[in-house]
Design a protein around this ligand. Structure first.
Ligand SMILES: [Fe+2]
Length: 210
């Protein structure tokens, strides 16, 4: 198990099924260790993304408890919670009004919001270009998923931090992902270093106004 913290790129943060849904699961005490073990077991059992949606939905059903357990975030960025060849779990904190470029993950992704809101634009591929298709606004206690070849961009529409747990069906950091230029909407290899820098800049701006 890997539990080290990093401020990483906005690289991929996001989720799947082109729609958000509220979990109706019974609230249970939140534990990150339990979430990690449940997610590992779900993947090992072959449950794939649907099983992860259930696991994550249950975990964040009491989103206030998740925030209490993890603590009020002090930094913007991606915190690596767990990383393996078949599963990655991140704790993602978005700065106020932060925007992430259209990007893919090369693997399925499921996001659970525990504070704030993520506004997603879902893009369709049109050759080397991306075309805006649908949108999904995901709030606290809700889970959102993207399929393996899904493309999305993310905005935090709030004047405060948004916090989410992102789960990916592979090694998120090892995958060679794509992003789409926000002006021309042309596909290009994701520049992960540049994405990391955008997160660091966002964190500096956020900390600078404290
Ligand atoms: Fe993403």
């Amino acid at each position: 198990m890997s539990r080290r913290s990093v401020i990483a790129g906005a690289a991929g943060i996001a989720a799947a099924q082109f729609g958000a849904n509220s979990s109706s699961a019974r609230p249970v005490p939140f534990s990150m260790d339990r979430l990690i073990e449940d997610a590992k077991q779900a993947v090992a059992a072959g449950g794939g993304q649907p099983a992860i949606e259930e696991v994550l939905g249950r975990a964040i059903s009491n989103h206030d408890e998740v925030l209490t357990a993890l603590g009020e975030p002090t930094d913007v960025g991606l915190q690596e919670i767990y990383r393996a060849d078949d599963l990655t779990i991140l704790n993602v904190v978005w700065s106020p009004y932060m925007v992430q470029l259209p990007h893919d993950h090369k693997m399925w992704a499921t996001i659970g919001i525990y504070s704030g809101r993520e506004d997603n634009i879902i893009w369709h591929r049109r050759g080397i270009h991306a075309e805006a298709a649908t949108a999904s606004s995901v709030g606290a206690g809700e889970v959102f998923s993207l399929p393996e070849h899904g493309v999305h961009s993310v905005t935090n529409p709030l004047p405060r931090l948004t916090c989410a747990i992102h789960i990916y069906g592979g090694d998120f950091f090892a995958a060679e992902k794509s992003e789409w230029d926000p002006e021309t909407l042309r596909e290009r290899p994701m520049d992960f270093e540049a994405a990391q820098e955008r997160f660091r800049d966002a964190n500096d701006r956020f900390r600078g106004r404290e």
